[in-house]
Design a protein around this ligand. Structure first.
Ligand SMILES: Nc1ncnc2c1ncn2[C@@H]1O[C@H](COP(=O)(O)OP(=O)(O)OP(=O)(O)O)[C@@H](O)[C@H]1O
Ligand SMILES: [Mg+2]
Length: 370
């Protein structure tokens, strides 16, 4: 009876989810010599309640700093953070109702799994029985219910990370914050654990921010991704939309494996041209300018009537498809195309490519034009 009541409370508490708003959020670090690093630059984001958001970007772009400001571990230089309507900018971490999971699990090695999960409840006035029920429930949620008496050293990396997640959830946080939680796991465990995180997030409905520099990881589990670069937010949308419609060259290059091909070209008299006078598109309604043309490997089509003349250098067999590495006539760098296998292509062969889709960016600013 008692147990059921507690379970119901857990579900109600966790399922609520809460919207998180970052408003003009900025963090500058000043080192001893007075040099200023703008780690996060005027960030404006609404993280919808109950969603899993992937915060994605290269090393040093400000992901952890953003997360730690949401957690309350870093004080913003400027801007505000709201949980729902509540301005939490000045609240200390323990009053925010967040659960935080780091890359290195940070479990207490001398404590059992159960003691580790119970630890955050120690300073709360929660009856022992309720605390134990909660701990067991969280352990079951992350599928480690039968490991409660073990020490962290007797667990696999993936199990340790699940203990860390249970520990983060046991206080019924309003927001779950994960900083590269999978990077210490091997490839297979990483895949498994990311699916677990997705499941746990769906089951609890807790608003979650998941930091990673791995584009595939972010794309695979996020409802939406925020792409960051040099402290600046680049784009926030569902993963497929970011992939299909990158706002700039940085985002286009950051998503996709193998990466997008970038070929220098120009717009002249409304024609989109490769530098060696091949016309790709007519009627481009833009001023004359140098551009970077982005073509994803899967956008290429081999076609006798294709506009792009190229010479094959290497043919790689990658299962169902072939990866063709070629040089465009008149260009130095090679590009990759994924085409169906069985076309009988060989190195040295001259072919023509067409494309199913193309992105065009201003060469200097990287802003997307087409
Ligand atoms: N405590 C600090 N003092 C000074 N500079 C800092 C501090 N913390 C972070 N920075 C700087 O702020 C910038 C952003 O750092 P941050 O840790 O947020 O990056 P990140 O995106 O999490 O990178 P990674 O993927 O490597 O973890 C970096 O240039 C970093 O050197
Ligand atoms: Mg980091």
């Amino acid at each position: 009876m008692e147990e059921n009541k507690i379970k119901e409370t857990t579900e109600n508490t966790l399922k609520k989810g809460i919207e998180v708003t970052l408003k003009n959020l900025t963090k500058e670090f000043v080192d001893k010599t007075g040099k200023v690093t703008v780690a996060v630059d005027d960030f404006n984001v609404v993280i919808p309640s109950g969603k899993l958001i992937g915060l994605l970007g290269p090393s040093g772009c400000g992901k952890s700093t953003t997360l730690y400001m949401i957690a309350g571990l870093h004080k913003p230089t400027a801007g505000n953070i709201f949980f729902g309507d509540e301005d939490v900018t000045l609240l200390p971490p323990e009053k925010r109702g967040i659960g935080l999971v780091f890359q290195n699990y940070a479990l207490y090695p001398h404590m059992t799994v159960k003691q580790n999960i119970l630890f955050p409840l120690e300073n709360m006035k929660i009856p022992k029985v309720e605390a134990l029920v909660r701990a067991q429930e969280m352990a079951e949620l992350v599928h480690i219910g039968e490991l409660m008496e073990r020490k962290p050293s007797q667990l696999s990396g993936g199990q340790q990370q699940r203990v860390a997640i249970a520990r983060a959830l046991v206080k019924y946080p309003r927001v779950l914050l994960l900083d590269e939680p999978l990077s210490n796991l091997d490839a297979r465990l990483r895949l498994q654990t990311r699916e677990e995180i997705r499941r746990i997030q769906r089951e609890t409905g807790i608003t979650t921010v998941f930091v990673t520099h791995d584009q595939e990881e972010a794309m695979s589990i996020s409802d939406e991704i925020i792409v960051m670069n040099e402290g600046l937010q680049q784009q926030m949308e569902p993963p497929q939309m970011v992939y299909d419609n990158p706002v700039n060259l940085f985002v286009a290059k950051f998503l996709g494996n193998p990466p997008i091909n970038v070929i220098e070209g120009k717009i002249k008299s409304k024609k989109l041209m490769l530098k060696n006078t091949v016309v790709l598109e007519e009627n481009c309604d833009f001023a004359d300018q140098d551009v970077s043309i982005g073509i994803r490997p899967e956008f290429f089509v081999i076609d006798e009537k294709g506009k792009i003349p190229a010479t094959i250098e290497i043919v790689e067999h990658i299962g169902r498809d072939n990866m063709i590495i070629s040089k465009i006539d008149g260009y130095e760098n090679s590009f990759r195309a994924i085409v169906p296998s069985g076309l009988g292509l060989a190195p040295g062969e001259k072919i023509k490519f067409n494309y199913s889709k193309i992105f065009v960016f201003n060469k200097e600013t990287g802003r997307r034009l087409i």
